[in-house]
Write a protein that binds this ligand. Structure first.
Ligand SMILES: O=c1ccn([C@@H]2O[C@H](COP(=O)(O)O)[C@@H](O)[C@H]2O)c(=O)[nH]1
Length: 270
């Protein structure tokens, strides 16, 4: 199924705009998993199974797996999500960006090797650097626009002919780059004014919004700024605040409680 359709279906079926981010930091895994060679997979799989009914998407961040030489565990994890929780889209957070020939390999890695339904891409190398991803017309391509970190302003806020650089990215994504209709944008929860501006530019385009939870973004402000006309349009990510809600053998139950509470807090503002 097309990523956009799967996402829309999931927003309705789970009644959730929450995305649980899978950022398994080896230093923060519960002690009882430390000796296991597949500790990362075991941790993430339990988190996934405990939170699946509360989410619209899962978002594994590739750096945590690659740094631990655990790419095989990432492959197994995404396969597990698709087999055990069909219909929940997986967004591979990879933030790739390179010339076209190399981008084609990154796209193959995300969609063929890992089987991701969508991938995050850094668009600041321009149109030809994102084209290889767009060829996978049934997959989502989510471009960095206004990132959640303070330093994002160094470049994304530069004036480019009367508009800010992130606004130009939003305009291109909403219009000439979106021939396949499979683009989304990353806009940080820490900048609700910019979420509102991006929503204004892009109509109902899905926005991936990291930055609630550990980064302190305000859920009510995110919803007020970014929900689409039908009360959806947002993929609101929380990683650490859910993954590490507990640190003992009951970590998955603690994550479930945190995910459900976050979904409820989001839905109160829709
Ligand atoms: O602008 C961005 C883009 C991506 N991220 C990613 O989202 C999660 C946030 O994790 P938390 O623990 O909820 O803070 C993480 O994987 C980042 O790489 C982002 O934070 N900001």
């Amino acid at each position: 199924m097309h990523f956009m359709n799967a996402l829309a279906e999931r927003w309705q079926r789970a009644d959730s705009l929450l995305c649980v981010g899978l950022d398994p930091d080896p230093a923060r895994l519960p002690a009882h998993l430390h000796e296991r060679p597949d500790a990362i997979l075991a941790f993430c799989r339990d988190i996934v199974d405990a939170t699946a009914d509360a989410v619209c998407c899962f978002k594994p961040q590739i750096a945590y797996f690659a740094a631990a030489r655990a790419e095989d565990q990432l492959e197994d994890l995404i396969r597990h999500i698709h087999e055990r929780h069909p219909g929940i889209p997986v967004i591979l957070d990879a933030k790739r960006g390179d010339i076209g020939s190399t981008a084609a390999q990154y796209a193959r890695e995300a969609f063929r090797r890992y089987g991701a339904d969508a991938v995050t891409v850094n668009p600041y190398m321009g149109r030809d650097s994102i084209e290889p991803y767009l060829e996978y017309a049934d997959r989502g391509v989510i471009l960095l626009c206004r990132t959640s970190n303070a330093g994002g302003s160094d470049l994304q806020f530069l004036d480019v002919g009367g508009e800010k650089l992130y606004e130009r990215v939003a305009r291109l994504a909403a219009d000439e780059w979106n021939a396949s209709g499979n683009l989304g944008l990353v806009v940080g929860a820490t900048f609700p004014d910019e979420i509102a501006r991006v929503r204004q530019i892009t109509g109902d385009m899905p926005l991936l919004v990291p930055g609630i939870g550990a980064q302190g973004g305000d859920i009510a402000a995110v919803l007020a700024a970014g929900r689409s006309r039908d009360g959806t349009g947002l993929i609101i990510n929380s990683s650490r605040a859910i993954l590490y809600a507990g640190d003992g053998e009951d970590f998955a139950a603690a994550a479930r409680f945190a995910a459900q509470a976050t979904r409820t807090a989001i839905n109160r503002c829709r």
